[in-house]
Design a protein around this ligand. Structure first.
Ligand code: BTN
Length: 254
């Protein structure tokens, strides 16, 4: 037993000191049949994966790098709903273990005082019309110091310790995170997407705000009205039309 108060997420833990990327290791274990709820944690990654092919800075001894294997009985088109699972759980763990007030920026950036403190990268393997497994990759800057951040970041980034003004215990943060992931996943399996969507909206930094979204070749500007059934952002443009945005980078206008 892992000593965690969980039903699925964290019932099996694989901890390594260094790996290329916990998402890659978790994908390999899932291919070999690892059980749903298996969590891979590394002290450092030498090629941590960020979104859009970027690298995720992963120094040893300070942060959390983990990947969760899930096997939800859903169709691939519903997989984006689970993007919100990690964002909501990370936000709850930050509140509980670090006493900070996080907000979520669509789709899945978690910010404290306007700075990005966590990165989330979900990967999916699907066969036919069924999800075989999902890997939820979660990186949280816990005790990283300013000098450890690269100079050329796209989004202003920070760590929990910098924002709290004191160190945050990695073990209690990890415990809070896995318990939050477990309880929201349990409710997702039992009650569906609605409670998770509401939890996400309650913490959203974009609800009701004016935003600009860069998505591939187009830019959409307008006021955010919510997220839909599959996780797309709903934006009301100045000409009164509602646009659905499935993926992109959001800038919040003042
Ligand atoms: C982003 O670009 O915001 C997403 C970053 C995701 C980083 C985490 S760290 C643990 C897991 N393993 C990886 O290689 N990436 C994710």
């Amino acid at each position: 037993s892992t000593g965690l108060n969980v039903k699925i997420v964290g019932t099996s833990l694989v901890c390594v000191s260094e790996t290329e990327s916990t998402n890659i290791l978790a994908g390999r274990l899932a291919e070999e049949g690892a059980a749903e709820g298996t969590v891979v944690i590394a002290d450092s990654q030498n090629r941590g994966k960020g979104r859009l092919g970027r690298l995720w800075e992963s120094p040893a001894g300070v942060n959390l790098y983990c990947s969760v294997i899930l096997r939800p009985p859903i169709m691939p088109i519903h997989a984006p709903q689970l993007t919100f699972l990690s964002a909501v759980a990370v936000a709850e763990a930050i509140e509980r273990a670090a006493g900070l007030i996080p907000v979520i920026k669509w789709p899945n950036d978690v910010l404290v005082n306007g700075f990005k403190v966590a990165g989330l990268l979900n990967e999916m393997s699907a066969e036919m019309e069924r999800v075989d497994y999902l890997v939820l990759g979660i990186g949280v800057n816990i005790n990283m110091q300013r000098s450890q951040f690269p100079g050329d970041l796209r989004h202003p980034a920070s760590s929990l310790a910098i924002e709290a003004g004191h160190g945050v215990e990695r073990l209690s943060f990890t415990r809070a995170l896995l318990e939050a992931l477990d309880s929201h996943y349990d409710s997702y399996c039992a009650e569906g997407y609605a409670p998770l969507r509401q939890a996400w909206l309650d913490r959203s930094a974009v609800m009701g705000r004016r935003v600009r979204v860069n998505c591939q070749e187009r830019q959409v500007s307008g006021t955010v009205e919510g997220i839909d059934e599959i996780g797309a952002l709903l934006v009301r443009t100045p000409d009164g039309k509602q646009e659905r945005v499935l993926a992109g980078d959001v800038t919040i206008d003042e």
